[in-house]
Write a protein that binds this ligand. Structure first.
Ligand code: AMP
Length: 263
């Protein structure tokens, strides 16, 4: 099989960081905050690399859209086993003007999916694997929009992927169970949590990754307009949880509930 896979790797605030909203409520604090690859993108990379190890695909290309720093995210994907990277550069200036709120505001799912659709054609990709969702915007839209723009079939929320010639069997995590579908390539798959356990990049592989190639392109080179269609009005902290009350007896509990108008 000579398939080429594009994998989307988004740089996000690390999942372990406690997010702080800026005092002027225009966004969240990103300066000096640890960033990492979106966890679902790690799963997407792992799946693509596994397909390559099984010799079912020829090349794995890691793609990240954003400012200069996303190259670190691409390097991580290269250290995990991707063959080369594409950095779709959105300059700091565009970022700041449009990034009224979250860091990736200008690059919402619509803009990113236009980029992936254009790259898929340029690179003659047969498969695009994305995370099911980015943990910063929680959009869960990019895979679906990319498939729609390309008019390709989609296997979203994948927990198992089997490539058989030009067909893909995808087990999908749906409400209350698993759904198995068969789709034709080219296709878009989005990775769910149980698809695999991503490998850690080993030191030798991190060193090797330094020699792998990252190509730089601008959205305009791909004919993509990244202007945002959304205006973020404000960003708020989630409401503080009220502290609870300890009661000694069931009788006290019932009284408290009555007082609070709950029963
Ligand atoms: P979302 O639709 O924003 O929840 O993102 C779903 C997936 O789309 C992510 O897990 C990535 O694989 C991909 N994606 C979104 N934004 C970017 C980006 N800026 N660069 C690369 N991939 C992205």
């Amino acid at each position: 099989m000579s398939a080429r896979v594009l994998v989307g790797v988004k740089r996000v605030i690390d999942y372990a960081v406690k997010i702080r909203v800026k005092p002027d409520r225009t966004g969240v604090v990103t300066d000096g905050v640890k960033h990492s690859m979106n966890p679902f993108c790690e799963i997407a990379v792992e799946e693509a690399v596994k397909l390559k190890e099984k010799k079912l695909v020829k090349e794995v290309v890691a793609v990240s859209c954003g400012p200069q720093q996303v190259q670190e995210t691409i390097r991580t994907a290269l250290a995990m086993g991707a063959d080369r990277g594409i950095h779709v550069e959105v300059s700091g200036k565009d970022y700041e003007t449009l990034a009224v709120a979250l860091q990736y505001e200008t690059l919402g799912p619509l803009q990113v999916s236009k980029i992936f659709a254009a790259l898929a054609k340029k690179e003659q990709a047969d498969l695009i694997i994305l995370g099911k969702q980015a943990i910063d915007d929680d959009c869960n839209q990019t895979g679906q929009m990319t498939a729609a723009l390309l008019d390709w079939p989609q296997g979203t929320f994948a927990s198992e992927v089997t490539l058989e010639a030009d067909k893909l069997k995808v087990v999908r995590e749906i409400d209350g169970g698993l759904e198995t579908i068969k789709i034709n390539l080219p296709a878009v798959v989005t990775a769910d949590l149980r698809l695999n356990t991503p490998r850690y990049a080993t030191l030798p592989n991190i060193m090797k990754a330094k020699k792998k190639k990252i190509t730089n392109v601008k959205p305009a080179d791909l004919g993509v307009d990244v202007s945002s269609r959304l205006e973020v009005l404000k960003v708020d902290e989630p409401p503080q949880r009220q502290s609870g009350v300890k009661v000694e007896t069931v009788h006290d509990l019932v009284e408290k509930l009555k007082e609070a108008g709950r029963i």
